[in-house]
Design a protein around this ligand. Structure first.
Ligand code: ATP
Ligand code: MG
Length: 253
């Protein structure tokens, strides 16, 4: 297991948004987290990536405890994410947004940016090339000079994924990546995530598009009211009474 989460818990005042959730993430797998609106999925991701501190529980990443680390340290350990509410630099170009994602990688960056030393210039060239390669991969190379804010919603989601990949993560967390995408884009996204798995990346994905998840995920964890109510393969989840009641019963699928 590349990551093991034990009894992770997060309260907001009296509300238990995530309650004693366990999750074991197999290296190189696509693992989905699903559940109705307000189930605690985003809070779970926020706690894993320390965007909000968890109240209790343990997160072990490659054998090392990480639940107390800062978001920057977690990112430096090879865990990258996208956000349900897209967080891009609106007035930076598409390419600059991806380059910004590479900088965790280059220790000399801040000092180098001030002095523009030789190492900085080399790394800047490397990160630019890597960013362009990632834009090729997500199909946005032609738009590299546009302001991020001018992209349609679905393309902004692709850009966020490219930026997350720029830190060369081993684990990618995607919070509703298909939201705002049309059918063609969603199918492309599915192929893209499969290709990432084929390259060895581990993917943890929150998604409301049940069809997408059922075809894509090796394993699915279902949350409801902050509690893990089921876990298994798509076939197992589809036939689980608790899931049908809690999740499928509340939503049109
Ligand atoms: N910062 C916060 N302060 C207070 N309550 C919060 C905060 N963030 C989330 N919550 C509450 O915690 C619960 C879980 O929210 P969360 O956003 O994690 O759910 P979700 O499963 O991601 O839902 P959705 O499918 O709508 O994205 C909800 O009741 C929500 O209102
Ligand atoms: Mg959410």
């Amino acid at each position: 297991m590349i990551m093991e989460i034990a009894k992770l818990e997060k309260h907001f005042g009296g509300l238990v948004a995530v309650q004693e959730v366990d999750l074991a993430l197999a290296a190189g797998s696509i693992h989905a987290v699903i559940g109705p609106n307000g189930a605690g999925k985003t809070t779970f991701f926020n706690a894993i990536t320390s965007i909000i501190p968890c109240d209790s529980g343990q997160i072990t990443w490659k054998g090392e405890r990480i639940e107390k680390l800062s978001p920057q340290s977690i990112s430096a350990k090879g865990i990258a994410r996208t956000f349900q509410n897209i967080r891009l630099f609106a007035f930076m170009s598409v390419l600059e947004n991806v380059i910004a994602g590479t900088h965790n990688h280059f220790r000399s960056f801040v000092w180098g940016a001030l002095t523009r030393n030789a190492r900085y210039r080399r790394e800047e060239k490397e990160s630019r090339e890597m960013a362009m390669a990632l834009l090729e991969k997500v199909g946005l190379a032609e738009k590299h000079a546009e302001y991020a804010r001018n992209l349609p919603y679905g393309e902004q989601r692709k850009l966020e994924i490219a930026r997350a990949l720029a830190s060369r993560p081993d684990l990618l967390l995607l919070d509703e990546p298909a939201a705002g995408m049309n059918n063609t884009e969603t199918e492309e996204l599915e192929q893209f995530i499969r290709a990432l798995r084929a390259e060895g990346l581990t993917v943890l994905i929150i998604e409301h598009d049940v069809k997408l998840i059922m075809g894509l995920a090796d394993r699915i964890t279902v949350l409801d009211h902050g509690v893990k109510i089921a876990e298994g393969t798509a076939a197992e989840i589809q036939n689980n009474e608790k899931v049908i009641e809690a999740y499928l019963g509340k939503r049109r699928v």
